[in-house]
Design a protein around this ligand. Structure first.
Ligand code: RP5
Length: 171
């Protein structure tokens, strides 16, 4: 029996891991079973399909795919599965991710990919978005997400408080 996963993190190259590890870090924090794999839509197309099929058998519910350059990974994966696919455009060429952004976001009608922002913010948000998809059927994750937002709100309020205090001291 293969190890069950909720989320597959797929990336085009190991050079993408520096950014894609942000997705894994969030999923680890939330305690959600996942797997991170390297496979390229261009360099290893058949292997990519095989990894998607294996993930489906492992009970995977969402696929997060990050790639740079002419980034077709998320779109190609989406064409092979009915699982929701979240794409992260990565900056790995002279075009600084704009190439990957357009390749990821401009999907033709019929095969959707939820495209995130370029780089680390996109990698973090991909994890949160995947968790939000899981949360509709999982009250534990829904509660964790709600706590995460509450902590974020508190941090912003703390920053504002510190700013007001600094300004007050100058007067
Ligand atoms: C893409 O090409 C990968 O996703 C990576 O962002 C980029 C460069 O790959 P490497 O040449 O570093 O393997 O397929």
């Amino acid at each position: 029996m293969p190890k069950q996963i909720d989320i597959l993190i797929l990336m085009g190259s190991d050079s993408d891991w520096k950014v894609m590890s942000e997705t894994a870090t969030v999923l680890e924090f939330f305690g959600v079973p996942h797997e991170a794999r390297v496979s390229s839509a261009h360099r290893t197309p058949e292997r990519t399909l095989q990894i998607v099929r294996e993930a489906e058998k492992k009970g995977c519910k969402v696929i997060v795919a990050g790639a740079g350059a002419a980034a077709h990974l998320a779109g190609v994966v989406a064409g092979h599965t009915l699982l929701p696919v979240i794409g992260i455009p990565l900056s790995s060429t002279a075009l600084q991710g704009i190439d990957a952004l357009l390749a990821t976001v401009q999907m033709p009608a019929g095969i959707p990919v939820a495209s995130m922002a370029i780089g680390k913010a996109g990698a973090t948000n991909a994890a949160l978005f995947a968790l939000q998809i899981l949360a509709s059927g999982n009250p534990r994750i829904a509660k964790q997400l709600s706590d995460y937002r509450r902590d974020m709100t508190q941090k912003v309020e703390d920053k504002d408080k510190r700013l007001q205090e600094r300004r007050q001291q100058k007067r």
